[in-house]
Design a protein around this ligand. Structure first.
Ligand SMILES: [Zn+2]
Ligand SMILES: [Zn+2]
Length: 309
């Protein structure tokens, strides 16, 4: 029995690589402000791209922005300790941006998170968080009966409005209301430290509020969504995607096309453009990068899951 026990202990001690032993995960530290694109996908499942999700890191502080499909696994793959996540922000409440929350929340137990979840999002966020409590109620009661600590399940929800600004771990966060009709409200966020600024568009078509948010201070990294309108129309008319011509109009009008993106770049002039939430996800990154580079002097990258900028 003691031989078996020693073998198990040795095994647990030796499993240090990210993703195998989240309880013993070291704290990931970044000297300067970084964004990890945890998931670069969109609503249609694509095994190459997890749902939309990002981690903002500065020193030992991590903030999650959106948590789409598979985000909990991507957090662990990125070597982020659940206890270093100081906040979760929802850009909006479309399911592709929030549907990993039930898993992330319950994984707080299994990763031994010991602090409450501070969550910021648009009006309706409290209702979503409460609904997931009901969804998991039976399981939580069983864990409590088994004597498992559930302090990592506490939540504190803040519903934000346009222009809202706050600070977490030395990162100043400012939001702007954007345009992702009919889903409202929907926000873009900028993250500032004294040395670096990152702006994340969220889901939006071209919107003046985002441009004004960008002009508060030069942007080092603009992380923006993009839609390929001609690919969407082709995919829908050939039944690779559901819907009809008006579906195509509806989708295209609530996202940012490449010509709109180029207008935005001309106004914001970021040092680097990172494209994520590319709709549809099967679009060619090389084609998008080449097209945008014809009109923009800065660096252009179509992000993959777990890239760091
Ligand atoms: Zn989306
Ligand atoms: Zn959306």
């Amino acid at each position: 029995m003691s031989e078996y026990r020693d073998m198990i202990i040795n095994k647990l001690e030796s499993v240090q690589e990210p993703g195998r032993n989240p309880i013993r995960m070291p704290i990931r530290r970044e000297k300067e402000l970084k964004i990890i694109t945890l998931g670069t996908g969109a609503p249609v499942p694509d095994v190459a791209r997890a749902g939309p999700s990002n981690a903002i890191l500065y020193k030992r502080t991590c903030i999650l922005v959106d948590c789409g499909r598979w985000a909990s696994m991507r957090i662990i793959e990125a070597g982020i300790n659940f206890n270093q996540i100081e906040g979760l922000i929802f850009t909006h409440l479309h399911q592709d941006h929030i549907n990993a929350w039930p898993t992330i929340w319950m994984d707080s137990i299994f990763t031994r998170r010991t602090k409450s979840w501070k969550i910021w999002g648009p009006v309706g966020t409290k209702e979503v968080i409460n609904a997931i409590k009901i969804f998991n109620q039976n399981d939580i009661e069983d864990r409590m009966t088994a004597g498992i600590n559930i302090e990592g399940l506490e939540t504190e929800v803040h519903e934000i409005e346009k222009g809202f600004s706050w600070e977490i771990g030395g990162i100043k966060i400012t939001c702007a209301l954007t345009s992702h009709i009919p889903t409202m409200p929907c926000f873009s966020f900028r993250f500032d430290t004294p040395e670096k600024s990152i702006l994340l568009s969220g889901d939006t078509t071209k919107n003046e509020n985002l441009i004004q948010l960008a002009k508060l201070k030069p942007v080092d990294v603009l992380v923006h969504e993009v839609i390929l309108d001609d690919v969407i129309r082709f995919a829908i008319s050939n039944q690779f995607l559901l819907g009809n011509d008006s579906t195509a109009d509806f989708i295209i009008n609530s996202h940012t096309t490449i010509p709109q993106l180029i207008d935005i770049l001309n106004e914001i002039k970021p040092k680097k453009l990172v494209l994520t939430h590319i709709v549809p996800t099967i679009s060619s990154p090389e084609y998008i990068e080449r097209t945008v580079k014809n009109y923009f002097n800065g660096e252009v990258v179509c992000a993959n899951d777990l890239d760091v900028f």
